[in-house]
Unconditional design. Structure first.
Length: 153
């Protein structure tokens, strides 16, 4: 007896990955989180075929989680990362070097934190209906192909 192949589901998950990355890009732009463009250009997806089934993995820079969930007051962010951001945004404080400006902003983030954007939840909400229909369509096509093979033999 042949195993159930999930070719159609994989195609649908790939379509879903493309849609997710496009919607997440839209949400990041809407939230004005495009200083250097590095985060958006890092967005990608991969459909993984594991022993437990197919999984859709979204790939991004590690700091997407900070953009999404924000940052509680406490530890300062890396000053070098802040300096890249202020240079990309052309932010200048009077009589301050870029390094001093980055220090001031990092200190402020350490004291006040950063508000969350919830871009991941907004992305999931925006494509929720498509998630259900694409996955259902892929599974249904795979099951139909499987049944056709069984009844032909």
């Amino acid at each position: 007896m042949e195993n159930l192949q999930l070719r159609n589901l994989k195609k649908q998950l790939e379509a879903l990955g493309r849609e997710y990355v496009a919607e997440l890009t839209k949400q990041l732009i809407s939230a004005d989180k495009v200083a250097t463009g590095q985060l958006i250009s890092s967005l990608d997806y991969e459909v993984l075929d594991t022993v437990n089934g197919l999984f859709l993995s979204i790939i991004s820079e590690d700091y997407l989680i900070n953009v999404d969930k924000g940052r509680r007051p406490g530890k300062r962010p890396p000053q070098k990362a802040i300096q890249k951001w202020i240079e990309a945004r052309n932010i200048k404080f009077k009589k301050q070097t870029p390094n001093q400006t980055a220090f001031i902003i990092a200190r402020s983030i350490g004291k006040k934190g950063i508000k969350p954007t919830n871009v991941l939840k907004k992305t999931q909400d925006a494509i929720f209906n498509n998630i259900q229909s694409l996955v259902s369509k892929g599974i249904q096509l795979d099951i139909n192909e499987y049944l056709e093979k069984i009844f032909k033999t």
